[in-house]
Design a protein around this ligand. Structure first.
Ligand SMILES: [Zn+2]
Length: 156
């Protein structure tokens, strides 16, 4: 791993002026090139706490633990009062606002669908009435034609 055993101390050992051994818990996650990352985590949590936290976590999960510590340290530096809770509550607020908007949009969609259904029904009724009227008119015309023909035949 970067830094371990290879002469170049990791960011942590460099900052704390220690010898970086192959057992260094920081070396895989805080290479010398990323000094700022460790400096921030050290300032917020303290190197010995970070080391304890990392040792409590199974090695496959340590990279995730490190990125969450870095994220939290970063947020704490920017917002000393709320830290990453500020981001979390902002996002939670956004989620509930969006849920409300979604509920409103769903209600509106349902109302429009109902309106559309009613319009279709009205149209169907209107269409049926028109058919009846048209049939009646056609029937009437037929009767007239028949009467006219009868009349004509009477004259011829
Ligand atoms: Zn080290």
């Amino acid at each position: 791993m970067a830094g371990s055993g290879s002469g170049t101390p990791c960011a942590s050992c460099k900052l704390l002026r220690r010898r970086c051994t192959s057992e260094c818990v920081f070396a895989p996650y805080f290479p010398a090139e990323e000094a700022q990352r460790f400096a921030m985590v050290h300032r917020v949590f303290g190197a010995s706490n970070v080391s304890k936290m990392l040792l409590d976590v199974p090695p496959p999960q340590r990279p995730d633990a490190v990125s969450s510590l870095v994220y939290e340290a970063n947020a704490r530096m920017r917002d000393p009062v709320y830290g990453c809770v500020a981001a979390i509550s902002f996002l939670q607020q956004q989620v509930s606002q969006l849920q409300m908007q979604l509920a409103l949009a769903n209600a509106e969609t349902a109302a429009l669908q109902l309106q559309l259904q009613q319009q279709h029904q009205d149209q169907d009724e209107h269409h049926q009435q028109q058919c009846i009227l048209e049939n009646a008119a056609a029937h009437h015309q037929l009767m007239l034609q028949e009467a006219f023909l009868k009349k004509e035949s009477m004259w011829t």
